[in-house]
Each structure stands twice: as structure tokens, then as C-alpha cells.
Design a binder for this molecule. Sequence first.
Ligand code: AMP
Length: 429
Amino acid sequence: MSFEKLKLIKPIQLALSDEGYKIPTPIQRQAIPVILERRDILGCAQTGTGKTAAFAIPILQILCEEKEEHRSKRIIKALIVTPTRELAIQISESFNAYGRHTGLTNAVIYGGVSQKAQTDKLLHGIDILIATPGRLLDLMQQKFVNLHHIKLFVLDEADRMLDMGFIHDVHMIIAKLPVKRQSLFFSATMPPEIIKLAKYIVSDPVSIDITPEFKTVEAIKQAVYFVSKPDKKKLLYHILRNEKVSSALVFTRTKHGANMVTKYLTASKISADVIHSGKSQNARQRALNNFKSLHTKVLVATDIAARGIDIDKLSHVFNFDIPNIPETYVHRIGRTGRAGLGGIALSFCEDEERAYLKDIIKLIKIQIPVIHDHPYKLSGEGVQRAEQHKVKLHSQEKSGTHKKSGSFGFYKSKKKRWGRKPNTNKAKT
Ligand code: AMP
């Protein structure tokens, strides 16, 4: 299916062709027509599936069509609330890209920086506002933001809002929205608390479920190295120097660990930067921009700082530490292999992390191949223990839904955009 079939207006079609998008992603195929019919959405999908365009494109189209009627008015008509500053900036960039021929304007507001530039933009008048909850409430209280004319409301990454303790803020924002509005609710997971929150926001929604975990994981080539804790940084250096790594996102569990790895790489003459919650917003954005523009080869990050950030053509994700929550692994490696591009995810597992690795394998239902051939391999008992990480996955192996270790092929990335078998998930009303 091409974008033309989605009955998009010319200015948007033009922008999509500028972006090089040819085929809508599964979530776009499902969500765009439903949103254009002015229905609410309850979407289970994570970033990396093309979710931003799935809501941004129809919002732009709806506002563009309405603009004809209210040409002179620049009031906020669409509000997108998202948990992190990085996501907010990314969403604003997407609206700029897809809306570049529509004449619609947007502003992005988030905390941790001076509010002056943000309030100047708001005073100038905008059509679409993208915000993190704290700064939005702050600017609402200061009367810089008025939500009375909101027609479209998006709550993005709702489960993460819950994790980050923003639910109270979200409730306060919703209380200020007009009752008559169209609401689009997105979450990567749908635990009971999220469903409860969704019921409060959406009305008679169309459910869209893009089972992200398995799909994301399947597209990515994964491997694990068993290595002692002190050797991890040397192994990272070794791979960065000897393999074809064009850009790498390295995850550590702690801020201290992230700083330590960055320092080691920089001292070893590998360009590296770090993002974590201990860094100022400006430093984080600078590090991200340098990484996206390939000025820095390695970005070392903690989970909070990196989840959801969108980096085009990221070649490698390294799990310098194995995450103790298996879902975190999926979110981490999902930073590569975005929008159908293949990617490589390499994990460094020390002795104490074997249990975490087992949990991950159980979740993704794929045996992660082990790379034995490296200079820091464990000897003696360590090797035997490492072999015990394997988890029996009989049912999956029979059904053949996972890739076997033998089919693992490094650096043969299939650069194919959305050419894979269509997703079988259907929109359920
Ligand atoms: P998102 O899930 O919104 O974070 O999008 C992930 C990535 O997919 C972004 O880099 C988008 O630019 C890209 N993308 C979104 N839709 C398409 C499409 N239809 N074709 C190609 N790339 C896309």
C-alpha cells in the first residue's frame, strides 16, 4: 500500500516524498485513516514503529483542512504530551518535516532550560504544542498556555509517564482540556493501570495493536559475549576498533558507569559522549545532536536518558551491562533496526548477569548466539558457567518463529524499508 491510498493532501504527500517515505508502516496504515475519520485511538505501539508519523500526519491534515476556515487564527489546536525532553524535540522535528508545506506551526516546551525562548514562541502564536508534563503545567499556571481550543490531544508513551511518576500531572492536564476533542492514546505496554487511565481519556476508541517486542527483536542481529567485568571496556574498545561500527549507542546501568566508559573511550582516542539524567538538558541535547550528525561515533547512555530517542541509521547497540528488567533489553536494542533497517545488538555478560540474560531470552523467545572468539574470553569454570545461560525454547523452536543461531550473519544488513511481510495485526474496533 502506498501513501496515496491514504488520501493524504498534496502538501503532506510532497513532504513524505521529501523524507523518502514510500510505504506506510503497519501502524500508519492502521491509524491514519481512523484518525482522519475523527475517531479516538487506543494504540499499543512503541517508538521505532513509525508511530510519530502515524499521529502527526493526520493531525496536520485535519488542521490544514480546518485552517482554510480559520485562516487568521493561530491558537493551539493540537496538544501532544510526551514524557521526555528528547522525545518532545523529536516529535516537534517530525511535525516540522511532515508539515513543512502546510504553513502550520508548532512549539516544543520542556523543563531543564530557560522558558524564555519557549514563551516567546507561544506568544507569537502556534497551531500545535508538544510538551512534557511538568513544563506544560508550569506554563499553563503562568497563563502562557491556554488549552481551551484543543481539538486533538495525543498522550504518547503513557506507560513511561506512569513509570516516571507523571500520572498526577497528566490528570491535571486532562482536566483542563475541552470535553469535546479527539484523543489518541499510545503506550508500549497495556498493564491494568494504563487501561484505566486510557478509559478516562479516550471515548469509543479504535484499538490498534502493533506487537512491538517480537517484531523489533526479529529485525536485529544479536549476540552475546561472556566477559569479566574489568575486561568489558577493553572488549568494547576492541570491537569499536576492529569491526565495522559506524555509530554505537552503549548502555550502562548507572550514570557512574556511563561516565567511566566515556572517559575510557575518549582517552583511547575514540570519539564518545555521554547522556544521563545527571547532565544538563543543553549538554544532553548537544551530545545527541553530535551523535546524530555522526560527529561523535559513540554515545554512552543510561536507560532513562535514551529510551525512545530516534537515531537514524544507528549501526550498533551495546549492552555494556545486561539490564535486570528484560523489557529494557527490548527497548534498548530497538534503538537500532528502526523503521525496518537492520541493526546489530551486542551484549556483554559478566558472571553475575547470567540470570538477567536468561530472563531476556525467555522474553524474546530467541536464543542469542554467543561470540566465543574474542581476546577477553573467560577461561575454565567461567566458560562452563557461561554455557549454562541457554534457555529451553521448545515451543518456539518447533514453530520456527525465531532465527536460529546458525542464521546469524554479521554486517550483512538488509537495508530494506518496510519491505517485510505485512503485519498480521488488525485494527480492532
Ligand atoms: P518513530 O516510531 O515515530 O520513532 O519512527 C521511527 C523512524 O522511522 C523515524 O526515523 C522515522 O523517520 C522513520 N519512519 C517513519 N515512518 C516511515 C516510513 N513510512 N518509511 C520510512 N521510514 C519511516
